[in-house]
Design a protein around this ligand. Structure first.
Ligand SMILES: C[S@@+](CC[C@H](N)C(=O)[O-])C[C@H]1O[C@@H](n2cnc3c(N)ncnc32)[C@H](O)[C@@H]1O
Length: 153
């Protein structure tokens, strides 16, 4: 199984969280190959200076090319809240699952409508860097639930 975490973020800038991210990728290996794909370019930087709408459009442009392969799940604070057991079901019976983390201005409605599902980790807004860590822990937890591994107990 392949799990891609696709995030609007500058490459290699999160040294604070990098060891945790590597940790979760490593311990998930017996169950799935987890890859983190960071996307950021001049167009996104420029759009973020123009308006929230322009920023969201630039995120859709960057993320959109990944939508064609696998099950697509956006992380969106205003969508349906899921607990860890519901979350684990998102990982069941799929060859490829793509998770999307938005930039500072969140997602365009149009992008969310193209995903198979949008889920929330609660009403609080987490920084995109912190969401990445929380998501990776939940991915590992979900994989252990699905594989009956004691970690989730
Ligand atoms: C700084 S937040 C953006 C906040 C933006 N105002 C919004 O409503 O989406 C950056 C990204 O982190 C993710 N995120 C932050 N808090 C979240 C939560 N509670 N549940 C799910 N995703 C969250 C989302 O993918 C969001 O696009």
């Amino acid at each position: 199984m392949k799990i891609n975490v696709i995030i609007i973020d500058k490459k290699g800038k999160d040294q604070l969280y990098a060891p945790l991210i590597e940790h979760y990728k490593k311990i998930a290996k017996p169950f799935a190959k987890v890859e983190v794909i960071e996307l950021f370019d001049k167009e996104i930087a420029k759009a973020q200076d123009i308006s929230p709408e322009a920023a969201q459009r630039s995120y859709t442009r960057a993320l959109g090319k990944y939508l064609s392969g696998g099950v697509n799940i956006a992380l969106d604070p205003s969508s349906k809240e899921v607990d860890s057991f519901e979350f684990s079901k998102l990982l069941k019976d799929s060859v490829t699952v793509n998770f999307y983390i938005g930039g500072a201005y969140g997602f365009e409605r149009d992008f969310l409508s193209k995903c198979n599902k949008a889920v929330s980790f609660g009403k609080i807004t987490l920084s995109h860097k912190l969401v990445k860590v929380v998501l990776l822990e939940q991915i590992f937890r979900g994989l252990t639930i699905n594989n009956n591994h004691p970690y989730h107990k």
